[in-house]
Write a protein that binds this ligand. Structure first.
Ligand SMILES: [Zn+2]
Length: 49
């Protein structure tokens, strides 16, 4: 099963948990938060956790 990295830095995907596609870091965003680069590895693609 492959994960689709459909969320990118700068997107506002809405409230929820997102996982970095590079290192697996779990990021929590609020309803109006912009996706930052991964705080752990600086990757810019994420998938919904
Ligand atoms: Zn990462």
């Amino acid at each position: 099963m492959s994960r689709v990295c459909q969320y990118k830095t700068g997107d506002k995907p809405g409230r929820g948990s997102y996982t970095c596609c590079n290192c697996g870091f779990c990021l929590k965003l609020g309803a109006d938060d912009k996706m930052p680069p991964c705080p752990n590895c600086n990757n810019t693609t994420f998938t919904k956790a």
